[in-house]
Write a protein that binds this ligand. Structure first.
Ligand SMILES: Cc1ncc(C[n+]2csc(CCOP(=O)(O)OP(=O)(O)O)c2C)c(N)n1
Ligand SMILES: [Mg+2]
Length: 380
């Protein structure tokens, strides 16, 4: 496994904004608390699904984002409501964290609700994918979420096209794409980035480098120690962030968002993190054959929730007692309890889960809808 902590191997990975001018210095105390709450929310959502699956309440594969929450929260927090995102299978919380700082339950926010996301996972009629799938193969033009597909990185050229279209319409909205480090080896990733660089499109490519692509380690998918070095071939900035530190992710991605919005073109931000479990839950046992326990312990040593709390205490936003009130950090899904999370986090996810459980499945006759067009068939 390559080092998780190196942050200065590419010239652009040093702070591009100069001493003490980081974007996070402009955040208010409420923003800092909201960021911690969003980390709690992403973690709780993940462990709750694992528990539901173990109790036999869920079918289908789960792709855990445990230990990678700071990448999602830090990257999304700098966006405006009108901006687009393009999540992958590892990013299920991104669907409901988009624009969440305007209030998780705010019906006006431009992101999916927890009810929609849970209905998707439970395969119910009320889901955005109308029970065709149980996971991330959803999107919404209205909510500005690029439809995720199984063909990894094929969304990058689509995202570049959306960025182009936004510019043609005279808007300054940007598109933020997420990709695992593995999928940056695919042609689609490079074609999309090339097009975006040539046309200076407002696109930020966030790479969640969790060191593994299923059973393939970083060094068998990328010839350089840092994925961000791929940016050099396109003449665009490539930054490296500590993916365990939500504020380092926020600072670097926000810098890129501002850079894109100002018309300077695309950027790459590699966020170095570590995949806590197997590729999906079907791979949990096999993963222990291709990754040593020492490697996994090292990769999970720096819990993003603990790192965020330390920063909030240092800044005087939280007292030590407040920071210690809820302690899910460092605990696996089988160890952690609801009491380890703020009650509103638990309540919000429960609203989604209960909605999904109570919702009906679609009628069997729907299975043939939208395969071939038939006269009189409802349109999606
Ligand atoms: C083009 C393509 N090849 C292979 C797969 C099967 N597959 C799904 S996820 C995955 C690993 C992706 O690794 P990475 O991009 O690093 O994302 P991570 O799962 O680590 O978050 C693979 C090989 C796929 N979905 N699409
Ligand atoms: Mg990966």
């Amino acid at each position: 496994m390559s080092s998780l902590s190196a942050t200065s191997a590419t010239p652009e990975s040093a702070e591009p904004w100069g001493a003490d001018q980081s974007p996070s210095r402009l955040l208010a105390p409420d923003d800092y608390r909201e960021i911690l709450n969003q980390l709690f929310l992403a973690r709780y959502f993940d462990v709750r699904l694992i528990k539901e699956k173990k109790r036999g309440h869920l079918r289908g594969t789960l792709y855990s984002s445990h230990n990678q929450e700071a990448v999602l929260v830090g990257a999304l927090f700098g966006l405006e409501p009108k901006d687009w995102i393009s999540p992958i299978h590892r990013d299920m919380p991104a669907f409901f964290l988009k624009d969440a700082k305007r209030g998780w339950r705010n019906p006006e926010r431009i992101g999916m609700s927890i009810q929609e996301v849970c209905a998707q996972i439970w395969g119910k009629a009320a889901s955005p994918g109308r029970a065709r799938d149980n996971w991330s193969h959803i999107g919404s033009r209205k909510k500005r979420i690029v439809h995720s597909t199984s063909m990894l990185a094929s969304t990058v050229p689509v995202a570049a096209g959306i960025a182009y279209s936004e510019r043609l319409r005279g808007s300054n909205a940007i598109v933020l794409t997420f990709n695992g480090e593995g999928s940056t080896a695919r042609g689609d990733f490079h074609e999309g980035l090339n097009f975006a660089a040539v046309h200076k499109l407002p696109m930020v490519s966030v790479i969640e480098n969790n060191m593994w692509a299923y059973g393939t380690p970083l060094e068998l998918g990328c010839p350089t120690p840092f994925v961000a070095e791929r940016a050099k071939g396109y003449g665009i900035p490539g930054l490296v962030a500590d993916g365990q530190d939500v504020f380092d992710v926020y600072d670097k991605v926000k810098w890129c968002i501002d850079y894109a919005r100002a018309g300077n073109g695309p950027t790459v931000v590699e966020c170095r993190t570590y995949r806590a479990y197997g590729h999906g839950d079907h791979d949990d046992d096999r993963a222990s054959k291709y990754r040593s326990p020492e490697e996994v312990a090292e990769g999970r040593r720096r819990d993003p929730i603990a790192i965020c709390k330390e920063r909030l205490v240092e800044l005087g936003v939280l007292t030590r007692d407040e920071a210690d009130q809820f302690q899910p950090e460092g605990k696996s899904a089988s160890e952690v309890r609801d009491e380890d999370f703020p009650p509103d986090v638990v309540a919000y996810v429960r609203e989604g889960v209960q909605f999904a459980i109570r919702s009906p499945y679609p009628d069997a006759e729907e299975a043939a809808w939208w395969v071939f067009h038939e006269e009189g068939e409802p349109q999606p």
